[in-house]
Write a protein that binds this ligand. Sequence first.
Ligand SMILES: NC(=O)C1=CN([C@@H]2O[C@H](COP(=O)(O)OP(=O)(O)OC[C@H]3O[C@@H](n4cnc5c(N)ncnc54)[C@H](O)[C@@H]3O)[C@@H](O)[C@H]2O)C=CC1
Ligand SMILES: O=C(CO)COP(=O)(O)O
Length: 345
Amino acid sequence: MSYVDGLVPAKIAVLGAGSWGTTFAKILGDAAQGTERKIILWGRRAEVVEQINDHHRNPRYLSSTELPLNITASTDISAVLKDAELVIVAVPAQTLREQLRGWAPHLAKDAVVVSLMKGLELHTDQRMSQVIMEELGLTPNRVVVVSGPNLAMEIARQEPTASVVACADEETAGWVAAVCTPPYFRPYTNADVVGVEIGGILKNVIALCVGICEGRKMGDNTKASVITRGLAETTRLALALGGKAETLSGLAGLGDLVATCSSSLSRNHTAGRMLGEGLTLDEVNNRMTQTAEGIKSARAVKDLGAKVGVEMPLTNAVVAVLEGKLSVDDLGPLLLARELKSEGD
Ligand SMILES: NC(=O)C1=CN([C@@H]2O[C@H](COP(=O)(O)OP(=O)(O)OC[C@H]3O[C@@H](n4cnc5c(N)ncnc54)[C@H](O)[C@@H]3O)[C@@H](O)[C@H]2O)C=CC1
Ligand SMILES: O=C(CO)COP(=O)(O)O
């Protein structure tokens, strides 16, 4: 396998030509300057693929970004996956399983698969790396997760950003990190896949909550309280699932939580704000042109917390709002209305 002998992949496939898939392809393309390495993006829409091939742009998702010339695109999954030793996946979490079933027969033998996704599957409560392993029959040393404070638009503008590349096998993590290091993007490796994924999933739910508070015109004390207690909730769940506390105080935990909860570029934060301003969930969904994973994942997070016996008060409150069982006016008083206890519990 090439990742064992240290060779870099000659061809990298990126599946999903949305906001993050396209930006990550740019990261890979910029990092491959001066090499023969090729990056190929798979997209569903012929017009997006055409724009990338003919004009090196994806105006639907990244209107002002010029993509490197070593990126091409195709709607043909078998051509995209042929001989690709590294496969990066960036599609909406709830659609992943079905898409993997169609992709599986085309996957190159020994390919390493990387998840960029920050969602939890409804009904199974599985993380994306678990769905990938199950559907593709891969062992943990061939499944990698990239997560961190990574708002696509800022990275597309080449603003300095750090991230985490997580894999049970540190050698594989290092192999992946080595191909995504343009000057503006700095990946750190980590063996704690659970902690890294849970950090990315939960920050979307907490950002919905912060957005709702903002939409109700609550100020910075409330936001800081929700972010901090949100991190405690995230850490409790990660620990119960075998993750490490240090991971949650790093880039994929605190880092991503702060970025998402403070940025108007965040789709989850924006969706929360619209709910707080009084829009219904249907109205919010109709206005969203990109994926806000927290809207669907929140329910799966609540179920997972209940399954492993972890208290998830903020997640439960967000789910109650999303399911129409709690009004946004009643969310504020409920957020901290619990039995008094020590901060460390
Ligand atoms: N955009 C960002 O800043 C970041 C996004 N992520 C994560 O990356 C994942 C993908 O997000 P984005 O690229 O931002 O979303 P997006 O909404 O910009 O793009 C989603 C892509 O998936 C395709 N798609 C949508 N519905 C589909 C379906 N039913 N079947 C097949 N393909 C479908 C779309 O055509 C599009 O190419 C999410 O899990 C998100 O949490 C992670 C870090 C940063
Ligand atoms: O994951 C992200 C930043 O790290 C993007 O956040 P949103 O999906 O809320 O836009």
